[in-house]
Design a protein around this ligand. Sequence first.
Ligand SMILES: Nc1ncnc2c1ncn2[C@@H]1O[C@H](COP(=O)(O)OP(=O)(O)OP(=O)(O)O)[C@@H](O)[C@H]1O
Ligand SMILES: [Mg+2]
Length: 225
Amino acid sequence: MTNALFITGTDTEIGKTVVAVLIIKALAQHGYKVIGMKPVASGSRRTAEGLRNDDAEQLINASNVIASYEDVNPYAFEPAIAPHIAAREAGIDIRLEEIIRRYHALSERAEWVIVEGVGGWQVPLGEDFYVADMATALSASIVLVVGIRLGCINHALLSVESIQRKGRHLQAWVANVCDEHGERVQENIATLDALIKQPRLGTIPFCRDLDELQSADLKLDLLTD
Ligand SMILES: Nc1ncnc2c1ncn2[C@@H]1O[C@H](COP(=O)(O)OP(=O)(O)OP(=O)(O)O)[C@@H](O)[C@H]1O
Ligand SMILES: [Mg+2]
């Protein structure tokens, strides 16, 4: 049985890819077969092979299982805009069945599939269809990345509430210090520790060279036990 983890976040650009890559590398170091997936991506570049998205490529590079680009990232849109608008402008319907089909292709090869969402938890993907529905369709446990900056406590608590209302299991959250000049970082993390019942998988420090982070200090047993 493949384990599915869905990485969502308090916002766009707060470290979902950074955390997904760290989790993939940590699981691979523990001997698991693991692959990343970015079902929907906006902000992609044209290549001879088709549209390519940087997040999907980072996940592929961190993974220790080979898969086709299209299985990892079935929906790539060129402009870096809200995905439902990008899809509409491209004349494409984002279909849950297609995402599930691609997910199954990956899960046949891997023990863990680490799925990165797009934007936050309640981002629309189509008519009455949200990122939250994608996570639900994959029966994935959720990891919430909180980008530690002013406003994040509100965003984190709203996300936790919505994840639970959807009936998803919030496995853990991650504090990502994505703002180099953030104030009261430790106080914010302590507040989140007190207000979020689920455990903190770890804290990612601000780091100019993210390659130096290795697997940070993630409590992997929170995922594997
Ligand atoms: N802990 C950190 N230290 C330094 N830079 C960071 C850290 N976390 C994130 N960043 C930087 O912030 C930017 C956004 O990070 P990342 O791409 O992981 O966010 P995201 O939530 O995946 O964004 P998107 O919504 O576009 O998928 C990147 O340039 C990344 O290198
Ligand atoms: Mg990303």
